[in-house]
Design a protein around this ligand. Structure first.
Ligand code: NAD
Length: 320
């Protein structure tokens, strides 16, 4: 088996590698060539969360699981609070083939998912990127998004304004002007909005959003979290990574609970990638991508990491 430690991941995959892996596995999911197994998530006490996300990608020849969670005491010990490892198995024999550090890969695969949504759903003439959220994931999101459209500037809002320098520094490194704005200004100016917060109440309201906007809603990955007023989803074309997760733990949970959206109104983005669904149908349509985060994303980027690490002699081989 191969070991690709967390320390080997920085610089191994670029945004284009992650994009290709995620686009391909979303397409396989929509063809029923790949599917996710039920998620296990357990509270361990003291704020600790632990769980497994797993799946089988028949098209890509991958079987695997991401194990990990959230351990709030880590920061005081000099470690990051989110910790995960991806294990890959031979789908024919069940033999373990790789163990791959999953921390940085999680950020890369999440950013790749929203950038896939921008590539397939945002207006081609999008010029202004709006960021809601300025936490750890936000920089990865911005870096992946700017590869998809000719953005000329970035506007941002965050519930904790003291975190906004992260967005300003990331935009500056990308050579784009950045301005901190109100949510009202953000909705008026942005052609594409990425929302990546841990909020449990809507920040972006229906009145903020103008026609033609694409919203990649990436923060809501658990029951009870919420970023958008449900009325936005009621008037939008709604897309997701996996419909079952969108209605249970994704942003769609709220609009469905309020009877504003039905499961049948939600389209897997893989269907757009495969050409089975047209995606955006007009320049005025609002599109929402509910990115809930599925195990097959972790497996797809981990498999790519193993391939690249072996090529670059960064993977360690261990006899089983
Ligand atoms: P972080 O802790 O670094 O940042 C949290 C962000 O949420 C900050 O911008 C903070 O200001 C904001 N926030 C906190 N409370 C808020 C409130 N009440 N109202 C509005 N905003 C609030 O977290 P992160 O690592 O950047 O992750 C952000 C979110 O993305 C988390 O909810 C995380 O679980 C989720 N996430 C989703 C996926 C996925 O695949 N969909 C993957 C990774 C992380």
């Amino acid at each position: 088996m191969w070991i690709v430690p967390e320390s080997a991941i920085p610089g191994l995959l670029d945004e284009a590698d992650a994009f290709a892996a995620i686009e391909s596995v979303f397409a396989a999911m929509a063809r029923d060539d790949a599917y996710n197994f039920p998620v296990v998530r357990e509270a361990l006490g003291g704020g600790r969360q632990y769980g497994f996300k797993s799946g089988l990608d028949r098209a890509g020849g991958q079987l695997g699981v991401k194990a990990g969670g959230y351990f709030p005491g880590n920061a005081a010990k000099g470690m990051i609070n989110h910790q995960s490892t991806v294990f890959l198995f031979d789908p024919d024999t069940g033999v373990l083939s790789a163990a791959v550090g999953g921390n940085l890969l999680t950020a890369l695969r999440t950013a790749a998912a929203s950038s896939v949504s921008i590539a397939h759903l945002a207006r081609k003439d999008a010029k202004v990127l709006g960021m809601i959220g300025a936490g750890h994931q936000s920089a990865f999101q911005m870096r992946a998004a700017v590869k998809q459209r000719d953005f000329e500037r970035v506007v941002g809002w965050n519930y904790h304004p003291e975190m906004l320098p992260r967005l300003a520094e990331t935009a500056e490194a990308l050579g784009l002007p950045f301005e901190a704005v109100s949510l009202d200004e953000l909705g008026t100016q942005a052609d594409v909005i990425i929302s990546i917060t841990s909020s449990e109440a809507a920040s972006l309201m229906d009145a903020h959003v103008r026609p033609g906007t694409h919203i990649a809603c990436m923060g809501t990955d658990t029951k009870g979290k919420q970023e958008l007023e449900p009325a936005i989803l009621a008037r939008a074309g709604v897309f997701t990574d996996e419909v079952a997760q969108a209605v249970s733990i994704g942003e769609c949970q709220h609009a469905v609970a309020q009877g504003l959206l039905a499961e049948g109104d939600i389209t897997a983005i893989g269907a757009v990638i495969n050409g089975a669904h047209p995606g955006r149908t007009s320049g005025d349509q609002i599109t929402v991508f509910d990115g809930t985060g599925v195990g097959l994303q972790d497996i797809a980027v981990a498999a790519k990491a193993v391939e690249l690490a072996r090529e670059k002699d960064l993977a360690q081989e261990v006899a089983l």
